[in-house]
Design a protein around this ligand. Structure first.
Ligand code: CA
Length: 474
């Protein structure tokens, strides 16, 4: 077999693309993450198929949609017997490891520990920023213990230590997966003083009033200020202030901590990139940085994710592989989290199992978009109402339009709430309304477009084997 590339798959948790300077961030600088983009490619339309941690991670590992892998919500554990790309890579001679965030099933017992890795150390559940507990693979079974230090530094230390001591006779696949910048945003001492004497620019839609949309937007309980707690703000909440004032005040406190924990991720990724250089690994290693989904950074007045709106749907994805990727390239083809596993297998020279639903985008990274590449994508959020009162929905995004159907039913999914509401549709013309503020579903000017989009939505559902909701009829 010809020399196969190493794979360094860096993933963070809830890092929105618009908080990376290579994506044009107005609010922070990420020089080390930008290095990957500058020396490789930035993908501008990388989307998740369900914008929430555990389901996105299950999709990434298995290359299947959540109705197929069964991980529809945060509470649906992943079946350890499912086929995953790390298992296949390991069987084919790769040395594999995962360090950091895993979050597939609750780790109260050890039954959901990572499978398919020569070594691993993962946080139980969400884990903590300071002095976190880790579960280690252990030579005689998993061991859980507290490790003193800051979580982002520790995950990097474990990863570097493993790289230094790896078996150099075979290629490696390392999943270096950060907890940051997941809520509650607790910076380390090194970055705690950043932004102290400045105001961070506010997003254009911070004071969104949710007019001209389906009722789901106003119902969501993830408004900056209003739905945040003392744990988020690290101080007592002001009393008797207007919602407008509350959003203004809380946005600054929230976004500064969010950016501080990202600064630590950026520093630590820099350490690992330096290590690759020093060890002569840069040429033959595919390096990816992405996040498991996007996040609202005060956009629409929100924090969190879940919605199919752009800030949440879009995953940052930058990739470097000098042998195949032109430095400084940018691509806007639609690539999905379901495509990651096929991509990794493709790089390893392995066939894509029939059950995997994604498609390798290696040709795209090489600058050649296959003529039959997708120009629309299917999305579904299942976790009806739980945590932030976001209604269950599915939809279609094309290059210009987004169609969303809030079927608003938990459908007995574990972790979803058992309440039903009248379904509602939203249609956005992203060319005229990129901020998604004006639902044109009922506008007669879009009647023909709407008919085509609904037909395409149903075609895609059938193609991936998902069932449409009972009231969604032609
Ligand atoms: Ca996440």
């Amino acid at each position: 077999m010809p020399t196969r590339p190493n794979i360094l798959f860096i993933m963070s948790d809830d890092h929105a693309a618009h908080a990376m300077s290579c994506y044009g961030s107005r609010i922070n600088k990420t020089p080390n993450l930008d290095r990957i983009a500058n020396e490789g490619m930035r993908l501008d339309r990388c989307f998740c198929t369900n914008s929430i941690c555990t389901p996105s991670r299950a999709t990434i590992l298995t290359g299947t949609y959540n109705h197929v892998n069964g991980v529809t919500t945060l509470d649906t554990p992943m079946d350890a017997g499912l086929q995953t790309f790390p298992k296949l890579l390991r069987e084919s001679g790769y040395q594999t490891a995962v360090f950091g965030k895993w979050h597939l099933g609750e780790h109260k017992s050890f039954e959901f520990c990572p499978e398919g890795f020569d070594d691993w150390a993962v946080l139980p559940g969400q884990g903590f920023y300071h002095n976190p507990e880790f579960i280690f693979k252990g030579s005689r079974g998993p061991v859980q213990r507290t490790v003193m230090g800051y979580v982002t530094d520790l995950i990097t230390d474990f990863s570097l230590d493993w790289l230094q001591n790896r078996d150099r006779s075979c290629p490696f696949c390392l999943l270096y997966h950060h907890k940051a910048p997941h809520r509650h945003w607790n910076p380390d001492e090194k970055h705690a003083a950043m932004y102290l004497n400045e105001d961070i620019p506010e997003p254009d839609t911070l004071y969104d009033d949710y007019a001209n949309r389906a009722s789901a937007a106003a119902a969501a309980e993830m408004r900056v200020g209003v739905h945040m707690t003392q744990l988020d703000m690290k101080c007592e909440l002001p009393k008797n202030v207007s919602e407008h004032e509350m959003r203004k005040w809380a946005y600054q406190r929230y976004i500064k901590d969010y950016l501080r924990v990202i600064a630590s991720v950026d520093d630590n990724v820099g350490r690992v990139l330096d290590y690759l250089d020093a060890d002569g690994l840069t040429e033959n290693t595919v390096v990816i940085y992405c996040s498991d989904q996007g996040f609202f950074l005060g956009d629409h007045g929100w924090y969190d994710k879940r919605f199919m709106y752009e800030e949440s749907l879009k995953m940052p994805f930058v990739v470097r592989y000098p042998k195949e990727i032109e430095p400084g390239s940018v691509n806007s083809d639609m690539v999905l989290n379901v495509d990651f596993a096929p991509l990794f297998l493709d790089f390893a020279g392995l066939p894509i199992p029939k059950g995997m639903q994604g498609r390798s985008f290696r040709p795209i990274l090489g600058g050649e978009t296959p003529p039959d590449w997708r120009d629309s994508m299917y999305y579904r959020y299942w976790m009806h109402k739980a945590h932030h009162n976001v209604y269950a929905h599915y939809g279609l995004r094309t290059k210009r339009f987004k169609l969303i159907y809030y079927y608003s039913d938990g459908l007995n999914q574990m972790g979803a709430l058992d309440e039903k509401y009248e379904p509602e549709w939203e249609l956005f013309d992203l060319e005229r309304d990129p901020a998604e503020l004006n639902n044109v579903y009922a506008d007669p000017a879009y009647a023909d477009t709407l008919r085509e989009l609904k037909a395409e939505l149903h075609r895609q559902q059938a193609a991936v084997g998902d069932a449409r909701y009972e009231s969604d009829v032609d």
